[in-house]
Each structure stands twice: as C-alpha cells, then as structure tokens.
Unconditional design. Structure first.
Length: 510
C-alpha cells in the first residue's frame, strides 16, 4: 500500500502543468527524433540536455525521459514507411513492418507497433514499480558468463531467421561477426581487420551505418530493380474504422509477440550495458521460434512488429532501473541521463529512493503518463505517415537516399561511414538477389561485440576453462541458459538428419 501511495504522489507530480507540458513536448519531439534515421534517443537526449537547466531537476529528468519514450515509439515509423531504421532499436521492426507497408497494410503495422509499444511500456512500468530492489539485485548478479550465455541464446534463436537454408544463414551470421570484429580489440587494444590500412576502419563499423545501408539503400535498390523503373505507389488507406479493425487484428495475431517482448525486453533492459537493441532482436527471434507459422515472419506478420516494439519500449524502462538503484546505466541513453543527474547534484544509487523520494517517484509516475500520451500522439500522426506512403516511389526513392546519406553521416560525422553505408547497400542488394538472409548478419554485428567481450572475460576468470558456462554450483543462472542455447543450435541439425532418414526410408530400393 505504501508503494501505491508513493506512486499516486508521483503521478500527481507528473501531471502538474509544467511537467505535463514538458511530457507532451518531449514525447512529440522524441517521436520525430526517433523517426529520423541517424538520430535516435541517444542523440536526441544529448542535444536537448542543455535545455533542461532552465527547469528544476525533477522536471528536467521527466522531460528527457519523455523524449526517450517518444523516440522508442518513433523508431518504428521510418522502419515501416520507408524501410530505414530510425534507430538501432527499430531494426527488427523493419523485418515485417516494411513488407506490411509494401503490401498496402502500413496502417496495420503502425497501429500494431503503437499498441505493442504501449503494452510493453505498461508491463515494464508495473514491474519497475513493484520489484525495483529485487530486479536490481538480479541484474547485479549477472556477470560475463551469464551475459555470454544470454548472447549465445540470442544467436540460437536467430539461426532460424534465415528459413530452412541453414548454410546460408550461418554464412550470414559469420559475415556479421567479421564486421563486428573490425577496429580495436577491446581486451588488448590492438587494431584488427583494418582493411587496406584505411584509418576509418579503426573506429569499427557503426551498427546504425550498416543498418541504414542494408535496409535503406539496399531496400531502395531492390524496389527499383523489382519495379523496373515503373512509377509505383502504395495503396495504403486510412480510416477510423480501419484503425479499430487493425487494432483487433494486430493484437489477435501479435499478442504472443507482445507478451514475449514485454517481459524479455524488460529483463534484457535491466542488464547493465545491454539496452533495448539486443532486447528487441532477441524478442523477434523468440517470437518467430514459438510462432505457429514461423514461415510467415519476414513476409509481413504483425507478430514480427509487435515483439520488437514491445521489447524496445519495455527495455527503455528497464534500463532506467540499474541507473536509479545502482548508479549503473543500462543503455547509452541512460548513461547521458546519469550524467545529467550528476550535474543536477543528484547521486544515483540505493540511497536515492530514500534521500530523494519525491524526485524518484515523480520520475516513475511520469513513465505512466508519458506512455499514455506517446500512444495517443502516435495514433494521431498515423494519417500523416500513411500519406507519405501514397507518394510515387519515384519521389520516395530520392527521399530515402537523401535520408539514408544524412542518417549515415549523422551517426558518426565521418564521410568514411557514408561510403561504407553505400557499399553495404549494394552488397545487401546482391545478397537478396542470391536469396541470402540479411537479418542474421545485422543481428550478429549487434550481439557479436557483447558476446566476444564477455566470452573472453569469462575465460580469463576461469583461466581458460570453458566449463565455467555449465558450472551449476557456482553459475546456477548461466548453466541452464547455456544448455538451452546449445539444444536450440543443434535442433536444425537433428531436423536435417531426421528428414534425410525419412527420405531414405521412402526411396524405393533399386
């Protein structure tokens, strides 16, 4: 009952005129910041951080958190309408959101994304409110072996993302892992895979540059090739009745993905240095793995939109938990928020809930209010996004190209990355021509650095003994996750052997 009283006080504080105005402005700004390729919540919060010194600290953190919320919603917009991920957290949304838009069902994709985001945020808010101290201690118990086991499980889930052609999927994963290893080795500090001694490769390959190249430039070239220069436009339509019907269909077909994303995203979000991007990608893989018809994923399934969108919103709230309770940022955006809190004279950690109770519960209350207004504002702008899709592709193609180039440059402000992005786009086009799956490569470049670093740290801890991952006595969390991951990785092999045996048994003898 005490928690409910504190939450009520926090929500009352959040709806005060100044805070409510900042929430509305923050959510709206975040929506468009998230939709702009190359910006995302990290850049949006960093750019607008100086403005917060004009208001009290409590209002400042509410404003920045509202931008964070809005950006999580907004990332899906360009992913669905243009095929360009607005942020790394929305890459998985492109897998099914873009095919839905191309088939004239952009409204279904956008409504499903908005509702899944709202549900994911709501579930995360309830978990945050009720179990903050307990979940913080769980997150703290996760060391390198546990995080590597989780990454291994993620790889296991997206072995099936490439369909039944396992060799092509493995090849795609390996390409992604190679790109993930470019730059300085985080353990030894030595450069590696610096192609042709080009200095631009020293800072590694930025994930957003690769994602925009693959899903922006590559998608544009693929569409131009498939239409053979004909003037095409989407027949997307929009009406109030359509929104209601799309809401029903989106939740009917996407409820499983929404549930998976809401809980898995929050759990991954609370892990220090994980964040919303791995959470959304893992949720997509798990949702496809447990789907009744997994072959529909990647072709325009609402569950493929619901899972990552529920996950990235849930993870954004989850990443706040270690920041407030432990003083450890759970994502790049919360690292900026942490810096802001220190500047405002606040010390994140266990004592914050006691010493600055009004500040903390005002922020938690704002999560609920921001989540509601983000849903309302997002739904209100859907007609505008549908209108964009009605433009002929001869107009959209140059727009996609310009946004991709600007987004690729904005991510690192380095022309090397712009040329790299164009190269990725051309490479992705040819991979699609030869039926190679792109999703595993994109996922591998996200999770590869985390997996490699935690693997090496774990082996350093155990002096090279790999049994640290299956040590049930000392690592009771890592062991079951590792075993499940190994089973999932071997399942396609078992399926292949079974099919071969059935084929041999059905072939009549000479």
């Amino acid at each position: 009952m005490e928690v409910l009283g504190l939450l009520g006080d926090g929500m009352w504080q959040a709806v005060q005129p100044l805070n409510l105005m900042l929430i509305l402005i923050g959510v709206t700004l975040g929506l468009f910041i998230g939709a702009m390729p190359g910006l995302g919540s990290v850049n949006g919060v960093a750019i607008l951080l100086p403005i917060t010194f004009l208001v009290p600290p409590g209002s400042a953190i509410i404003f920045l958190a509202a931008i964070y919320y809005g950006a999580m919603y907004g990332g899906a917009i360009s992913s669905i309408t243009l095929g360009i991920p607005g942020a790394s957290t929305a890459v998985a949304t492109t897998f099914d959101g873009r095919p839905l838009a191309l088939s004239g069902r952009a409204s279904l994709a956008l409504v499903t994304a908005a509702l899944a985001s709202f549900i994911g945020g709501s579930v995360a808010n309830l978990l945050f409110t009720g179990f903050a101290p307990l979940l913080a201690s769980v997150a703290l118990s996760f060391g390198p072996p546990e995080i590597f086991a989780l990454m291994l499980l993620a790889f296991a889930t997206f072995v099936g993302l490439g369909g039944d052609d396992i060799p092509k999927t493995v090849f795609s994963i390996c390409i992604g892992l190679v790109f993930a290893a470019v730059g300085f080795d985080k353990i030894t500090g030595t450069p590696r895979l610096v192609f042709f001694d080009i200095s631009g490769f020293l800072h590694g390959i930025n994930f957003l540059v690769l994602a925009i190249g693959v899903y922006g430039i590559g998608e544009m070239l693929w569409t131009l090739d498939s239409t053979r220069g004909k003037i095409t436009k989407s027949d997307a339509k929009m009406s109030v009745k359509g929104i209601v019907n799309d809401s029903k269909e989106g939740m009917k077909r996407g409820w499983k993905g929404t549930a998976i994303g809401s809980f898995l995203g929050f759990f991954v979000g609370i892990l220090p240095a994980a964040g919303a991007t791995p959470g959304s990608l893992m949720s997509y893989g798990v949702a496809k793995m447990v789907a009744r018809r997994p072959e529909e994923f990647g072709k325009g399934h609402p569950g493929g939109v619901a899972a990552p969108e529920a996950a990235n919103n849930s993870a954004s709230t989850g990443s706040m938990l270690p920041m407030l309770t432990l003083g450890i940022p759970g994502s790049p955006t919360t690292a900026i928020l942490l810096g802001g809190m220190v500047i405002w004279g606040l010390t994140p950690g266990p004592r914050l809930f006691v010493d600055q109770s009004e500040f903390v519960w005002g922020l938690i209350g704002s999560f609920y209010v921001s989540n509601f207004f983000a849903l309302v504002i997002n739904l209100a702008f859907i007609p505008l996004f549908i209108w964009m899709l009605r433009m002929p592709f001869t107009i959209l193609a140059p727009l996609i190209f310009v946004l991709s180039v600007v987004g690729g440059y904005a991510a690192t402000r380095d022309m090397h990355d712009v040329w790299l992005m164009l190269g990725f786009g051309i490479g992705a086009f040819f991979l699609r021509k030869f039926d190679y799956p792109l999703a595993p490569a994109v996922l591998a470049i996200v999770l590869g650095p985390i997996a490699e670093q935690t693997l090496r740290q774990s082996l350093l801890m155990s002096k090279g003994d790999p049994t640290i991952f299956v040590d049930i006595v000392n690592r009771p969390v890592a062991t079951p996750i590792t075993i499940i991951a190994i089973i999932l990785i071997l399942l396609p092999l078992f399926k292949y052997i079974r099919d071969r045996r059935r084929g041999t048994a059905q072939t009549p003898s000479g």
